[in-house]
Ligand binder design. Structure first.
Ligand code: CO
Length: 134
């Protein structure tokens, strides 16, 4: 059911420092910072040949990334995103198998303008999973 790895998201305290690390130390192509107030993050996209890394810095008072950084002060992998051909069919199949979909269970428009859902990390090996309509 799942397809391509769309991105891996890393929560960071200092987006400028994280961007410099990927750009200057690792030699990757990075985007300008993109504030996404509706998701409580500012994002820098790191473009790799086969996928993307998203560097997430908390934005606003009740950012989900701020809570993550309280538990993980050095930052860390926040979620991984897989593409699916049909996000509603994927959701229904996963729910039928007992997986928990976060929030209302209805897809929201994600960072790339496409519908996304998040799956409970306790159901997926301790990793927050994002599904994105391909
Ligand atoms: Co994501």
């Amino acid at each position: 059911m799942i397809g391509r790895l769309n991105h891996v998201a890393i929560a960071v305290r200092d987006l400028a420092a994280a961007t410099a690390l990927y750009r200057d130390t690792l030699g990757a192509r990075v985007s300008q910072p993109l504030p996404q107030p509706e998701h409580g993050v500012t994002v820098v996209f790191v473009e790799l040949p086969n996928t993307k890394i998203e560097l997430l810095e908390p934005l606003g008072a009740d950012s989900p990334v701020a809570k993550f950084l309280e538990r993980n002060p050095d930052g860390g992998t926040h979620h991984i995103c897989y593409e699916v051909d049909d996000i509603l069919a994927a959701r229904d199949r996963l729910k039928a198998q007992g997986a928990r979909v976060l929030g209302s269970g209805e897809p929201r428009i994600g960072a790339h303008g496409k519908p996304v859902l998040f799956l409970h990390p306790k159901d997926f090996l301790g990793t927050l999973v994002e599904l994105e309509q391909a």
